[in-house]
Write a protein that binds this ligand. Structure first.
Ligand code: SF4
Length: 225
């Protein structure tokens, strides 16, 4: 791995110039962002937005109100986001945990290490979802690793892409100052770049990261991870 601060800052600057501020995360409350983080697992955001609209219309975007919805009805609200039965269970588990813990006002005072460990113990919340919640709902300086991060940074030649989640997260956090605003924007820019430019079939000709990219230099065609 070769994640030097200067290199990461240069990549951030170029991505920001290319894509502009992303202003993540769309959501009107901490709880809505938490629900969105679970629903976005394995699906595009436009599908999540439709599911959240259903919850909003049903006035179920509050913890107690959501738990009062019958599980089968909840699953129908979540249908646009895919895997809706699984996600209904996960959203309910997270909401029950949240209420047991005292609600968002209580857990927002918890230190990041405690909050992260508690989130990871909730059914259906893995490291990426937990870190989405920590960063975007609770403004904690936690660097989110996803498939786009692995694809872009492995093509650039800065990581192998096979590292474990915690190894990559720790490496990014060691290289960058702990600034939640920067981590917020950086992850959003990585997603924008992974969707629009460094796709499975990358558009290297128009890419602002082309200079210094190992993949573009070699012309290799790596399979998407
Ligand atoms: S130059 Fe190509 S492979 Fe490299 S980051 Fe850009 S799109 Fe991805």
């Amino acid at each position: 791995m070769n994640l030097a601060r200067r290199r990461l800052q240069g990549i951030f600057d170029r991505l920001l110039r290319a894509h502009g501020p992303q202003q993540w995360w769309p959501g009107e409350s901490v709880f809505e962002i938490m629900v969105g983080a679970v629903l976005t697992q394995n699906t595009a955001w436009r599908n999540v937005a439709r599911a959240i609209d259903n919850l909003r219309r049903a006035e179920a975007l509050h913890p107690a109100a959501l738990l009062a919805v019958h599980p089968r009805r909840l699953a129908t609200y979540l249908q646009p986001s895919g895997y809706f039965n699984v996600k209904a269970k996960r959203v309910r588990a997270m909401t029950r945990w949240l209420l047991d813990a005292g609600g968002t006002a209580a857990i927002t005072r918890w230190p990041t290490v405690r909050l992260r460990a508690a989130l990871l113990a909730v059914h259906g919340i893995g490291p990426e979802t937990a870190d989405d919640i920590l960063l975007y709902a609770f403004n904690r300086p936690v660097f989110v690793i996803d498939a786009y991060t692995r694809r872009i940074f492995s093509r650039l030649g800065l990581v192998s892409g096979q590292e474990g989640y915690e190894t990559l997260r720790a490496a990014f956090e060691a290289a960058l100052p702990p600034d939640a605003a920067v981590y917020n924007e950086y992850h959003a820019l990585i997603v924008a770049h992974g969707k629009d430019v460094c796709r499975v079939r990358p558009c290297c000709e128009t890419c602002v990261l082309r200079r210094g990219c190992r993949y573009a230099r070699s012309g290799a065609r790596l399979s998407d991870s």
